[in-house]
Design a binder for this molecule. Structure first.
Ligand code: KIV
Ligand code: ZN
Length: 524
């Protein structure tokens, strides 16, 4: 790639759609994956790891479509060290203007034990599989999984073999989030010094956050010579997640004095990407998360506010606008018109077509009638959670709940199921439980509720609540979301939203089939 010759340029490899999506419960729909990929492409992400094509037909289709739609980014598909996996990955990414195959094998003693391969047998396998990938594609990335727990001599040996077999990028994964910054840097330095041909390829760093050091480890690796950072939006990923894209990108921008490297990311799209990924994955961003947390730019204490008014630099090391955060201003009230709404939505990163505007405007008016002050965050929630789609099989028509100290709490619910009206009444342990029981009476199912979360979108007792639910049925995991000024109504809609998604999944797959046939942790 052209950037490789530029010594200060660090490539950003986003794996939200592969490593991020493998986080249990973060499963995204096909359309959502395409939407995220389009935004990553627009942001200037150099390489998008779009999925693991052999894992399921859904993964394969998503990677192929992303490859077809990509404009600037390299599109990468993951494959284990097997010719079948590699062929499948190639079939999916070959449509891209710039395709990449990423193949890997666990090289640490623990992984060699599982695969029952001797050091020599594994070395042969790496030679054959990387060579096979290179025959198909000019851009091949190879990863020794669990590299940070692999013996140095063996790591040098297999990295050399992969380079000789044609790998153009060597990724060094800290698969279990075990390393620390000085060790992360030493490892890259050691490989650059000892491996013949190391100066002709790009070293990548891929860190997990189990000890909270993923960002520090990735930046330390860059300081030692790595020129590709693998990361995800919001740090999404299994367990404690991966290196967060927004953290490494902003750290390199803000502390360019001590880390003189640049990325090609348009940082003004960071907030939009963060909101999109949080919504579709159902993994909300913690309030005090660096860069994209709700409190990251909030200055609550009197001293801070005073300082901020005099000079924003007193307590702010970056400007909210740098990440696309417009000031949390009072946006509009019920008298605002369509043009104002459209222009405000554009500022917030939502371009809407004329036919969509009418629908959004109706919902905005309904909200403005119930809530005196409509803020930016209210509009974002309105846009992201949407309403029941007209083609949803289950829709809430009316909900009346009785709650308070003198139980039992009860819910009277009218729902449309495939267009036919059904009514019921139910009690429960609180109004939300009563409501969910009522939904279950009208639409019996055995999906298990795994997560129920409520967030206030803005401040004040009239704030909208965003509710996320995650459910599991026969291995299919779905998330649902909704927002409303009435928390119980938002809960009912989020629950029904998840059930509608489950119905789509059921129609697509037999029980169990929806689960990936293989995971990247399965040995080949
Ligand atoms: O963490 C890891 O080792 C991975 C590899 C597949 C690169 O995600
Ligand atoms: Zn990983």
């Amino acid at each position: 790639m052209t950037q490789a010759s530029d010594q200060d340029r660090v490539l950003i490899f986003d794996t939200t759609l592969r490593d991020g999506e493998q986080s249990p419960g973060a499963t995204m729909t096909h359309a959502e994956k395409l939407e995220i990929a389009a935004l990553l492409d627009e942001m200037g992400v150099d390489i998008i790891e779009a999925g693991f094509p052999i894992a399921s037909e859904g993964d394969f289709q998503a990677v192929s479509e992303i490859a077809k739609q990509s404009k600037n980014s390299v599109i990468c598909g993951l494959a284990r060290a097997s010719t079948n996996d590699i062929n499948r990955a190639w079939e999916a990414v070959k449509h891209a203007g710039q395709p990449r195959i990423h193949t890997f094998i666990g090289t640490s003693p623990l992984h060699r034990d599982i695969t029952k391969l001797s050091q020599d047998e594994m070395a042969d396998k790496i030679n054959v599989t990387v060579g096979h990938a290179r025959n198909l594609c000019g851009d091949v990335q190879w990863s020794p999984m669990d590299a940070t727990r692999t013996e140095h001599d063996y790591l040098c040996r297999v990295v050399e073999i992969a380079i000789k077999a044609g790998a153009t990028t060597i990724n060094i994964p800290d698969t279990v989030g075990y390393t620390a910054p000085s060790e992360s840097a030493d490892l890259i330095r050691m490989l650059l010094e000892r491996v013949p041909g190391a100066d002709e390829i790009i070293f990548a760093t891929h860190c997990h956050n189990d000890l909270g050091m993923a960002t520090a480890n990735a930046l330390a690796a860059v300081g030692a010579g790595a020129r590709q950072i693998e990361c995800t939006i919001n740090g999404l990923g299994e367990r404690a997640g991966n290196t967060a894209l927004e953290e490494v990108v902003m750290a390199l921008k803000v502390r360019n004095d001590i880390m003189p490297y640049r990325t090609g990311i348009d940082t003004r799209l960071i907030m939009k990407a963060s909101r999109l990924v949080a919504t579709v994955s159902g993994f909300p961003v913690q309030f005090n998360k660096a860069i994209v947390g709700k409190n990251a730019f909030a200055h609550e204490s009197g001293i801070h506010q005073d300082g901020m008014l005099k000079n924003a630099e007193t307590f702010e090391i970056m400007r909210p606008e740098d990440i696309g955060l417009t000031a949390t201003s009072l946006v509009m009230g019920k008298h605002s018109g369509r043009a104002a709404l459209r222009s405000k939505l554009k500022d917030l990163g939502f371009e809407i077509a004329d036919n969509q505007l009418n629908d959004v405007f109706v919902r905005f008016k309904e909200l403005a009638d119930r809530k005196k002050e409509v803020y930016d965050d209210d509009l974002v929630a309105l846009m992201r959670v949407g309403e029941d789609a007209a083609n949803d099989r289950l829709q809430i028509k009316r909900l009346h709940v009785v709650c308070g100290t003198d139980g039992p709490q009860s819910a009277e619910l009218t729902m449309l199921i495939d267009g036919v009206e059904h009514k019921t009444q139910s009690t429960g342990d609180g109004p939300v439980d009563a409501t969910f029981n009522a939904v279950k009476q009208l639409f019996p199912h055995h999906a298990r509720l795994q997560l129920y979360q409520v967030h206030a979108v803005t401040e004040g007792t009239d704030a909208q609540a965003t509710v996320s639910v995650r459910m599991e049925e026969d291995g299919r995991i779905v998330t649902g979301q909704s927002a409303d000024t009435d928390t119980v109504v938002a809960s009912a809609k989020a629950y029904v939203n998840a059930l509608n998604r489950l119905l789509v999944r059921r129609a697509r797959t037999a029980p169990g089939e929806d689960k990936r046939e293989v995971s990247y942790k399965d040995v080949s």
